[in-house]
Design a protein around this ligand. Structure first.
Ligand code: ATP
Ligand code: MG
Length: 417
């Protein structure tokens, strides 16, 4: 118990950490090119933010949140997703008063009480982007293109972009009635959660993970057929913007974000390469969300992308992430005087930006060389009594075994050139 991490969490060991650095650097870089700036929000928020911002008919709010009372008797929740905290910060700091649009990216841990399996954890990690302040479908297309290009740059092949429109509160009313009528004769067979959804928000039933509910909604009326002129127009514009950018997509009327504050665009990037949990990235437009959490009416659009699922997909696609160099130089020493000279040199080199190691285990010279090989040092500097007497150190190239002698005062310049 004491030596096992909690269920659904994973340690990130050095053997994996460099892979995370790789995707994180690449993500920050593509955000720079697209003009998204980083925003960091707290790991926990007031519970009510997620009840409002995610919606209390969703799986997340109904059964997945890590919620607790702190010692001040406040209800606190570890963030299960990234958008609501960004909306809260956007409102709190009145960022809407500045030049529009606002474009943010985030890189966060998320917490959801779920059944752990491959690609589904209780602590997982997300990248995300959000654009605030514009209704223009240029923004939706830009957000989608960002995800598309990022996944491409990460070497992912075989991933499908699926797009849909979930309409707006006006046109959704008609769809809601049609959906209720369709589901009425099947009401008794719905799962308990969906019985509640039937009353409060039937569109979410389309998104239920239960296979029985999935069967019951087969052939149900789809939102795409109920769009008002404005939403229909927006969807056409989105498609023509994507076409103009050469981005391939399929229209999938089954993609749902069923809350009133999610509007128009909904999309997912889905792969079949990593089994059942194939949605790597999901997003859409939320023109009512800022107002819902107490800000001025401001449109927004964004996506969230699961980093674990991204890495699983990269692995399945055979992407090789380059391992970083760890040690450039190893300093092997014989005797106390050499040790002092080595310590001095090591500091000089480290301060000059070189990755340097010395033995700190009391190894003899032979084992110091063995160790230098083990850690893949590119060069080894050898310091013994002779070297000190001649004021000249030997530098051995570990790949070619070539050795050169370099005067002590030139050695830093030699090793940093
Ligand atoms: P799913 O349908 O797989 O439960 P979701 O709709 O709950 O996903 P979002 O809230 O849209 O997911 O989160 C965005 C992304 O975060 C997902 O596309 C996925 O890559 C990732 N994700 C979501 N939940 C988990 C989890 N429990 N473990 C790992 N990654 C996750
Ligand atoms: Mg989920």
């Amino acid at each position: 118990m004491l030596t096992n991490a909690p269920k659904g969490t994973k340690d990130m060991l050095p053997q994996q950490a460099y892979k995370w650095h790789y995707i994180e650097n690449a993500f920050a870089e593509i955000c720079r090119r697209y003009g998204f700036e980083e925003i960091r929000t707290p790991v926990f928020e007031h519970t009510e933010l997620f009840q409002r911002g995610v919606g209390d008919t969703t799986d997340i709010v109904q059964k997945e949140m890590y919620t607790f009372k702190d010692y001040g008797n406040r209800s606190i929740t570890l963030k299960p997703e990234g958008t609501s905290p960004v909306v809260r910060a956007f409102t709190e700091h009145k960022l809407y008063a500045g030049v529009q649009p606002n474009k943010f990216y985030y890189n966060i841990p998320c917490f959801r009480y779920e059944k752990p399996q491959s690609g589904r954890l209780r602590e997982f990690h997300q990248f995300g982007i959000e654009t605030f302040g514009t209704m223009d479908m240029m923004a939706d297309a830009e957000v989608i293109a960002h995800g598309y290009d990022f996944l491409n740059e990460m070497g992912i092949t075989d991933i499908e972009l699926r797009i849909n429109s979930v309409g707006c509160p006006t046109c959704r009313k008609n769809h809601r009635e049609a959906l209720r009528k369709f589901l009425e004769p099947k009401y008794d067979e719905l799962c308990d959660t969906c019985k509640d959804r039937y009353e409060r928000n039937p569109m979410r039933i389309i998104d239920c993970k239960s296979p029985i509910c999935q069967e019951l909604v087969a052939g149900a009326p789809m939102m795409l057929d109920y769009l008002c002129d404005d939403c229909k127009d927006a969807f056409e514009q989105l498609k023509s913007n994507l076409d103009a950018m050469g981005i391939e997509y399929v229209v999938d009327p089954g993609i749902v974000r069923g809350l009133d504050y999610y509007t128009k665009t909904a999309f997912e990037f889905v792969t079949t390469k990593i089994g059942a949990q194939g949605t790597v990235c999901g997003g859409g437009r939320y023109d009512g969300l800022v107002e819902e959490v107490g800000g001025p009416s401001t449109p927004g659009v964004g996506y969230g992308l699961g980093k674990e699922r991204l890495l699983l997909t990269m692995e399945a696609c055979g992407v090789e992430i380059p391992e970083p160099d760890k040690t450039d130089v190893f300093i092997a020493v014989m005797g106390d005087e050499a040790k002092s000279a080595g310590l001095k040199l090591m500091r000089q080199l480290r301060n000059a930006g070189v990755a340097v190691q010395m033995d700190i285990m009391g190894r003899n010279i032979k084992n110091q060389f063995k160790y230098a090989n083990r850690i893949n040092a590119k060069k080894t500097v050898v310091i013994g009594a002779d070297e000190i007497a001649n004021n000249s150190f030997a530098i051995k190239d570990m790949a070619t075994s070539e050795q050169v002698n370099v005067p002590m005062e030139e050695i830093v310049a030699e090793l940093t050139k």
